[in-house]
Ligand binder design. Structure first.
Ligand SMILES: Cc1ncc(COP(=O)(O)O)c(C=O)c1O
Length: 395
């Protein structure tokens, strides 16, 4: 019950539950102590997860690692970019993404993002000359125009890495997000569709990139023999690449594997929840949910919406306070203190560019988690609390 007597919306921070099927395997691992992915001669849980994930995505190679950030870092290292290489990245992303670029010795070049939460293609085209790679964050699961981006990058000979941390299950004109660029990276951190606490996956069809990433992830000595295929490539790179030790451990794989068969259902439920809440928010004169692009089939685990029309910062803060009081807390990307998605907080990058479009979007865009497990009634409570808070802030 909310303080004013209304039925309170649910706690949306709770992650997706772990299926019971994980328990036997976790017990087995705890009993044997076999937690390291390379101890078993074959069929370790991490190895099985890699083959299952590759099959799910329809790609040749999948490498399980400790986080999506690790996968992003390994992608750039696998591409063998020279120190100081410029990597385009949307300015609306999570701080860990430009951080992965810096970690790989490269220089992030922030690209403007519009009110629709998609990459500004004019700014992308303007910044592409001189870039060595593009790291496309499908931020909060929103897909930018991948046809246009890939066409520009192909012409310029620039490889695309997809940051699909929030996009497992999203499709772009029928193609699975994460399989469009040279490399795709996914997250299993708890707020994602598949919850392992932490974890990541790198996928690619390119044998050379896969071999390089496997070795650098920490397949030391001849542990690469436990990854199928690629034997010649591994021989080529043996001892010639650093070992960054970003491996996944067996317990994480045991938690993830029983969730993979649930992905399709979670995607359908997440999309239904999102569209149900979006319809109610769009009915408010003060709120607007950016629509999907044509050809984009979303797999949302959260909802973002604009405070439409003219709002002052004070009114936006009143809205956030009223939503919290109604039990539906929101983050306004640009107004919540030290938000890791507001590019001006990424002071580790040094001189930050002026990005007026992205800044304006962040100052007026709200973010609410919307896990797939919510019921229709719970979605309605959230939507009504948000619409009510907007009306109160504007009254
Ligand atoms: C867009 C985006 N990319 C990458 C990451 C990093 O994922 P991980 O926590 O698995 O490193 C996140 C984390 O939430 C994210 O939101």
């Amino acid at each position: 019950m909310a303080p004013d007597g209304r039925i309170a919306p649910p706690d949306v921070q709770q992650a997706e539950p772990i299926p019971d099927a994980a328990r036997d395997e976790i017990d087995r691992l705890l009993t044997s102590g076999d937690l390291f992915r390379y101890t078993a001669p074959q069929d370790a849980p991490v190895c099985r997860l890699e083959s299952e994930f590759a099959a799910l995505m329809g790609v040749r190679y999948a490498l399980a690692v400790s986080s999506c950030s690790a996968a992003l870092f390994l992608s750039l290292r696998a591409l063998d970019l020279p120190p100081g290489a410029r990597v385009l990245v949307p300015a609306f992303t999570f701080a860990a993404v430009p951080s992965a670029i810096v970690h790989a010795g490269c220089v992030p070049v922030l690209v403007e993002v519009g009110d629709d939460l998609r990459i500004d293609l004019d700014d992308f085209a303007a910044k592409l000359p001189g870039a060595s790679a593009a790291m496309i964050s499908h931020m909060r699961g929103h897909t930018s125009d991948m046809d246009a981006i890939c066409a520009m990058c192909d012409t310029a000979g620039v490889p695309v890495v997809e940051d699909a941390a929030h996009s497992l299950g999203t499709r772009w004109h029928g193609r699975k997000i994460g399989t469009i660029g040279r490399i795709g990276c996914f997250s299993f951190q708890s707020y994602k569709l598949v919850n392992a606490g932490e974890g990541g996956m790198l996928i690619t069809d390119d044998p050379e990139l896969a071999a390089r990433a496997v070795i650098m992830s920490g397949a030391y000595e001849h542990n690469w023999k436990k990854h199928p295929g690629l034997q010649n490539s591994y021989m080529l790179w043996q001892n010639r690449l650093p070992l960054y030790n970003m491996r996944m451990q067996n317990l994480s794989a045991a938690v993830i594997r029983p969730q993979l068969p649930l992905v399709e259902d979670r995607v359908a439920r997440g999309r239904a929840n999102h569209d149900r809440v979006a319809a109610r928010l769009d009915a408010s004169p003060w709120l607007a949910v950016p629509p999907a692009l044509p050809g984009e089939d979303r797999a949302p685990d959260s909802i973002q919406f604009r405070l439409a029309g003219d709002w002052t910062d004070a009114q936006v803060r009143d809205f956030a306070a009223a939503a919290a009081a109604r039990g539906a807390p929101v983050q306004i990307f640009g107004l919540s203190p030290d938000n890791a998605r507001a590019f001006w907080n990424w002071q580790f990058l040094g001189d930050l560019p002026d990005l007026p479009k992205t800044r304006a979007m962040l100052m007026r865009t709200a973010d609410v988690r919307l896990p797939a497990r919510l019921s229709d009634e719970e979605c309605d409570l959230i939507a009504d609390a948000l619409a009510g808070a907007a009306a109160a802030a504007r009254s």
